[in-house]
Design a protein around this ligand. Sequence first.
Ligand code: ZN
Length: 322
Amino acid sequence: MSNYVSFRCGLLLALAAILLGTRPMHAWGGKGHQIQARVALANLPAEMPAFFRGSTEEMTMLISEPDRWRSAEEPALDETTGPNHTFRWEIAPKPLPPNRYAFIIELAKQGKIDATTGSVRQYGTAPYGIQEWAEMLTGAFRRWRAMPEKTPDEIARKRMQEKSILFIAGVLGHWVTDVSNPIHASIHVHGWSPSVPNPHGYAGPNDDPHGRYEGKYVDHAIELSDVAPLVDGQARAVGDWLREAEAYIAASNSHVEQIYAWDKQSRFGDGHEPAEARPFTAARLADGARELRDYWYTAWVRSGQPMPAKQKKAANKKGPDE
Ligand SMILES: [Zn+2]
């Protein structure tokens, strides 16, 4: 029976690999994200649980999970989680409002949401995806720490909690690493934005370098061995989730024009890219891997600290769900 099950699983995985290989990928493409998952895990401190540090095979799959939530049968999911893949740093209200809804309300207050399209897609919500899933991971680690594992039932439940933790960490990993691609942290996410001047004649929406850069180029030019030496084992505890995401996205955004300038010199994906693009791209992938390692590590550290006091909500702010 178990042989039959593993045979079936093997077939399904092979089929999934074929299907995933042929569908368009988003942000870094599968290869870039996999490299980042491997480098982030390899540089975690030894104090983190062994099940987490040893999850390389699971994590290389789970880190791309949100890119699989965008099929034709998931239009609502795509609309709500799709914006988490990007952030248009240049046009975002700053400092970032404290949570996703406050952000949308602020955009509305500033007259920035087009009521005819009714979408926040033109802004992106990556820092909020990062914030929410980092909180979720912290809570999941906290519950894991408190779980006994003496009886067979307790042991089984704790193993299940570990699967849940890896899933959450993988999704968080996607949001964190997506915006290490400067194109994902910018208004120039689908070609140089027509909303700003383009004196150098960078590629516009019709010849968008986005997919060519993060997919085609990374596939043929970048290997794990280019990225791994750029990240050391010095894990850093980050501060407030959102303020950290804000600074990290701003830094990534500062690199976007360089990609367009090289693309104008020689199109990404055509195999004749400038040599300097390779260390540059490895550095961007390393930035994402380092940041992810630090988010995972910080969630773990926080989960071992006393639970913060619950902030009281003002009576007049209570909603009908409470
Ligand atoms: Zn993505």
